[in-house]
Design a protein around this ligand. Structure first.
Ligand code: ZN
Ligand code: FE
Length: 258
């Protein structure tokens, strides 16, 4: 199996998995990068996964749809073109790969993630997940429709996956997220190292994704709400107390205007 990040718009990635013959894509906000990749590699598109209803994730559905093409998406959101509505605990099987649906509401009310505990098969078995706009490297999605507590619970849920999990997020927001992360935790050595690593990747024109849960647990302030340094930074930015939920909400509000 091959995993590709197809660039779309200014900073989106449309993730593609293919086996040389058939392909699946996630959140095709635009059909053109998908059609181009299908043509370039000689592939047939045989499944689409959608994480949430925003236009930059679903805008390409109409142009890609076919009668025999299953389109999975959140049952809790009305999305034109979704043929297989799925909810928390449902399992999507494609080419023998297993994706478990997780409710990760917050960015939108029905946002879901697709977690593959066995990765991309026997020869590439590290777990992998498509997390949409819930978690980014060094940051998290804005809370548009859900509540701060919902988003915090969703991130905590992701944090329970194996630390080797590869996280495929839908946007290349890493460098700007890391600037905020360094404002929160200027003394985090792992963070400084990750900044250098990601700057080198971007300078070479490469994606900083997928990231891994192990990396995010070490550098992403939104997953580090129980760390003393993160708590004191949040307290200096209006967190009412050091409860993880208060710390999370204060960080998210701070980041909105950073
Ligand atoms: Zn979105
Ligand atoms: Fe998005």
């Amino acid at each position: 199996m091959n995993l590709l990040a197809l660039p779309a718009f200014a900073d989106n990635y449309i993730w593609m998995i293919h086996n040389g013959a058939e392909a699946m894509v996630v959140d095709p906000g635009d059909a053109a990068p998908v059609s181009d990749a299908l043509k370039r590699y000689g592939l047939k598109l045989t499944a689409i996964l959608v994480t949430h209803h925003h236009g930059d994730h679903v805008g390409g559905l109409a142009a890609l749809q076919r009668d025999d093409l299953p389109v999975y998406g959140p049952a809790a959101e009305a999305i034109g073109g979704v043929t297989q509505p799925v909810a928390d605990g449902d399992i999507v099987i494609w080419q023998g790969l297993r994706f478990v649906v997780h409710d990760v509401a917050g960015h939108t009310r029905g946002h879901i993630a697709y977690f593959a505990p066995d990765g991309l098969g026997a020869t590439d078995a590290a777990p992998l997940a498509f997390v949409g706009d819930t978690l980014f490297s060094g940051g998290c999605g804005r809370v548009f429709e859900g509540t701060m507590d919902q988003m915090h619970r969703s991130l905590n849920r992701i944090a329970q996956w194996p630390v080797s999990t590869r996280l495929c997020a839908a946007h290349e927001y890493t460098l700007s997220n890391l600037r905020f992360a360094q404002a929160v935790e200027p003394g985090n050595a792992a963070l400084a190292q990750h900044v250098a690593h990601c700057e080198a990747l971007r300078a070479a024109g490469l994606p900083t994704l997928p990231t891994t849960l192990a990396t995010e647990l070490a550098i992403n302030p939104f997953l580090r709400c129980t760390e003393a340094a993160v708590q004191s930074a949040a307290r200096a930015h209006d967190a009412a107390d050091t409860a993880p939920a208060s710390v999370f909400a204060a960080l998210r509000l701070w980041k909105n205007t950073f």
